[in-house]
Design a protein around this ligand. Structure first.
Ligand code: FAD
Length: 414
């Protein structure tokens, strides 16, 4: 089968990329190894949209376009919570609403969605990818396309297809953490981060039985479940043995955190509503792209001729050695531009990426990986790939197509 565009990975970035591509007329295939879209948002209990709003008092929304349709549809289903501030500004949501919204939007756009299908290999001819082979219960199948978008989070398509990638950055790789949902806590019981820190400190588990002692917490719309990101492990997701050991280790930790949470007044009947199910890999491979977004550029609020999306999140770092987190705000707690160059492979002409694969240095990458921003970079990458497949790719064409679809792409659009 021949496609115009193939998108690997249906997380928040890949789903929006595929919708954008199909809506401008490209015959689009979306390959997802799980059985729903959403990625971390539906398979890793990452249930708070970050990056949608600036972090100052005025809370300006900086990601619109297809992202706005996702949010509106979640709101209609009662699946979107209020805009909240902790260290940053985030919006909690119910993952079931996101699953059905992304099904509706991808199918409505005419995307050919393949669940239960993993990218197995990819071929290239010179500086272009030519085809992708997927594995599923029926065997293996190969599909050809004119342009490709890697939104697999781990860079499988790029790496298997021989495009230039790297693992994390030379000065560090962000820590992985299991997102956990705790039910059985009445909605009117106030649970604070400080209470959780104290409850963890009061436990006398051996070292390593619990790792992080603080995280963003949120109560979900509909269920009022408490979501925390605590149980962590240092592993390399490209090593399936290390990944497997990490999974069983963090699941065990989750029960220890449950014990701690049950000691908080009003939480005595708490239970583990769900873990993950997958451990949350914050950072894995990046594509080596035409531009690497650096933290100094973000802090300088640099303008780019090829800007295609706006970021608003800070450099959120979770350290592998200490299990401590750090959060540095962007300049003026405002928005910053993201250039197309950090989504376009430096050695593979017809390959783009989005989401946590986007090219950034240690702190730049840690700022633009969040799911709100991933919808913005996904929108841009899907648009760029569809235009390339149609032989009408240019930076100006990508920008005008994005603006016509309601996306905010430069400071002047706010
Ligand atoms: C513990 C934790 C807490 C976080 N907290 C927040 C938060 O509060 N707010 C926020 O906005 N962000 C948060 N993030 C970051 C955010 O979850 C990610 O950066 C974001 O999900 C990136 O989106 P993505 O689409 O690039 O990747 P992902 O969401 O990882 O999606 C990648 C998709 O590709 C699929 N895939 C992978 N390999 C293959 C393959 N070979 N074949 C087919 N499919 C494949 C996967 O199944 C998945 O669906 C957190 C991350 C973690 C781990």
């Amino acid at each position: 089968m021949i496609y115009d565009v193939i998108v690997a990975g249906g997380g928040t970035a890949g789903s929006v990329a595929a919708i954008a591509s199909a809506r401008i007329g490209a015959k689009t295939l979306l390959i997802e190894r799980n059985h729903c879209l959403g990625g971390a948002a539906t398979m890793r209990n990452v249930l708070t949209w970050c990056g949608l709003y600036t972090l100052g008092e005025d809370r300006t929304q900086v990601v619109k376009g297809i992202a706005d349709e996702v949010l509106a549809a979640q709101r209609t289903l009662g699946g979107l919570g209020p805009v909240m501030s902790f260290r940053g500004v985030f919006v909690p949501f119910d993952p079931e609403s996101l699953k059905v919204v992304l099904d509706d939007l991808t199918l409505g756009a005419g995307v050919d969605v393949r669940y239960g299908a993993a990218v197995l290999s990819a071929s290239r001819d010179g500086n272009r990818l030519t085809d992708v082979t997927i594995a599923h219960h029926g065997g293996v199948e190969t599909f050809t396309a004119r342009a490709f978008v890697d939104c697999s989070g781990d860079g499988d398509l790029a790496a298997f297809g021989g495009a230039s990638t790297r693992y994390g950055n030379a000065d560090g790789v962000n820590l992985g953490t299991l997102g956990c949902r705790f039910g059985g806590i009445p909605a009117d019981v106030l649970v604070t981060v400080d209470q959780i820190i104290d409850a963890i400190a009061a436990e006398s588990f051996p070292e390593g039985a619990m790792t992080k002692d603080r995280s963003v917490i949120a109560r979900l719309p509909t269920s009022a479940d408490l979501v925390v990101y605590l149980a962590s492990h240092d592993y390399d997701p490209r090593d399936s043995g290390a990944l497997s050991r990490a999974e069983s280790n963090v699941r065990k930790q989750a029960w220890n955190y449950l014990k701690a949470i049950r000691s908080i007044p009003g939480c005595e009947k708490a239970y583990l509503a769900s873990t993950g199910p997958e451990i949350g890999t914050r950072e894995s491979r990046h594509l080596n792209c035409r531009h690497r977004l650096t933290w100094p550029e973000i802090m300088a609020r640099t303008s780019y001729k090829d800007t295609i999306a706006l970021g608003a999140w800070g450099a959120e770092w979770h350290d592998r050695a200490t299990y401590r987190s750090a959060f540095d705000y962007p300049a003026d707690k405002g928005s910053y531009e993201i250039p197309l160059g950090c989504l376009h492979s430096r050695d593979t002409e017809n390959l783009f990426c989005a989401g946590r694969l986007a090219d950034g240095d240690r702190k730049g990458g840690a700022a633009i990986r969040v799911m709100g921003t991933a919808m913005g970079t996904g929108h841009a990458a899907g648009t760029a790939a569809a235009l390339m497949a149609d032989d009408s790719f240019s930076v100006a064409a990508v920008q005008s197509t994005l603006r016509s679809a309601g996306a905010l792409i430069s400071q002047n659009d706010l």
